[in-house]
Design a protein around this ligand. Sequence first.
Ligand code: ASP
Length: 358
Amino acid sequence: MSASWSNNLNLTTTMNNRPKILIIYTGGTIGMIENPETHALQPFDFSHLMDNVPKVKKLDYIIDNYQFEPPIDSSNMDPSHWRDIALTIEQHYDRYDGFVVLHGTDTMAFTASALSFMLENLCKPVIITGSQLPIGEVRTDGEENLITALQVAAARDERGRPRVQEVAILFENYLWRGNRATKMSADNFNAFKSFNYPELAEIGLDIEYNTPYLRQMPPRPLKVCTDMDSNVMFLELNPGMTKQTLDYLLHTPGIKGIVLKTYGAGNSPSHPWFIECIRQAVERGLVIVNVTQCVNGGVNCSLYETGNSLTSAGVISGFDMTSEAAITKLMFLFGMGYSASMVKKYMASDLCGEVSIP
Ligand code: ASP
C-alpha cells in the first residue's frame, strides 16, 4: 500500500543561498517511542524526532521535511514505498541541494539499492540514515547520524559541486555506497558495512571523503523509473535441500527471477538431479543469478567444478553484488519490461556502481 505524506515545505527556499535539504522521514527506530502498554517500540511523528535534536537548528541550513503518514517500521517497506520516496525526490529535485532519508535499519540496504536503480542520472546526494536506539534515548546514535547525514547532504567540493552524487548510507563512522552496503549487526552502532567496496567517507573529527571512490556524474536530467516487478525471490542453498523442495520453489507461480544464494565462490551441489532442476527452470525462462552467501568476495564459477555446472545449466553470475542489490536490480529490470535475455545482459553490466565486473 502506498504511504500518504504530510509535509512542511518552506517555499522561501529558492531565495536563499544556504544549503537546502529535504528530509524524507519514513519511520524506523530513530523516530520510535515506547508503547506504554506493550513496551514495544513503535514509529512516531517527525515533530517528536526534531524536538529531540535541537542541535539541528545550529546548522545554517534550510531544512524542510516530508513524512510517511503514518511512519513505518522498515520491515513493512515495499516497492510502493520506494516509489513514493523516488517520486518525492523527483518532484523536489531542482529545489534542494540534497536529500536525507530517515529509515529503519532492517531493510535500509534494500531501499538504498532500489533507489540507486530508480534514480537514473542522479547527481545530488541522497543520504539514508537511521539509528539503533530511538532519538529520545539518552545514548541514542540517532542525533549524530542525523546531523552528519545533513552535513554530508550539504557538502560541496572546491568547484561547488555536491561531494556525493549518489545514494549512500550514513551510519555511525562511515558513509557507504547504498547498493554496496549490507546490515551486518542488529545491535552495534556501526550497523552497516560494504564488504566489497571501500567506504565513501570516514566520519571522525572531520568527514574524510574517499574521493576516488565517489561517483562523479556528468550533469544530465534526472530520470526516475519506479516500476518494480515483485515476481522475484531469494533461494538460499543449505546442505540437505531435497529435490522436492528445490523443484517446488523453482515452480513458484509467476516467478521470473531468482537470486540463488550459493556457497563460497558460487558453488552448489553438483548432483545430476540438482543441476537438472536448475537447467529446466532456466529453459522455462527463469533468470537465475548466482550470488554468494559469503559477505565478502564474489562469485567465480570457473574456480570449482561445482560452480561450473551452474554456469552450464544457464545460471548467470552476480559477481560481487550484495544480495540486496541483486534482488532489487532484478525487480527493476523486469519492471522496465525487459525480456529474460535483456535482463541477463543488464545483470552482467554495472548500472550504477553496484557491481565490479572482472
Ligand atoms: N525495526 C526497525 C526498522 O527497521 C529497526 C531499526 O530501525 O533499526 O524500522
